[in-house]
Design a protein around this ligand. Sequence first.
Ligand code: PNS
Length: 167
Amino acid sequence: MKRVIAIYPGTFDPPTNGHLDLILRGAKIFDELVVAILRNSEKSPLFTVDERLEMLRECTSQWENVRVESFDGLLVDYARERGASAVLRGIRAVSDYEYELQMAWMNRKLDSTLETVFMMPAGAYSYLSSKLVREIASLGGALTGLVPAHIDAQLRARLGVAPMAPK
Ligand code: PNS
């Protein structure tokens, strides 16, 4: 029987509850889901690839059909190597759509056999992003319900700020 493997690529700096929500949704519809951290991103990440690998592995260890890896180069090449037929991406709001559509079209141009599947995270995460999480943490704000507790602690430690209790 054909097993459908999907790649969920991203920067995950750091992973948020929105990412985890999408991973859970993806794990329910695909036989195998590979969460893939881009290695040579143009962004300057707060956490190393190894730190993000460990964070994501800790958060997803309970889901048997999910594994976490890192990749370099073109996503379509990595997907082919892994035998994946789909790329999973999350769309939170209309504002994500243009960027996501452009990537999906370009990936289709590079490999017409690879399908991009968009899923929505829970509405409670529609305003959540790694960038805002980093900003809130750096300014001492509370991240309750936005990232797992161990990632919250790692963020505070990396940024050297004490956690603030939610109001
Ligand atoms: O979480 P992000 O930063 O939005 O993820 C972007 C990512 C990693 C999905 C994208 O930059 C990517 O796929 N990079 C790999 C290089 C590549 O294939 N580029 C052409 C894609 S159109």
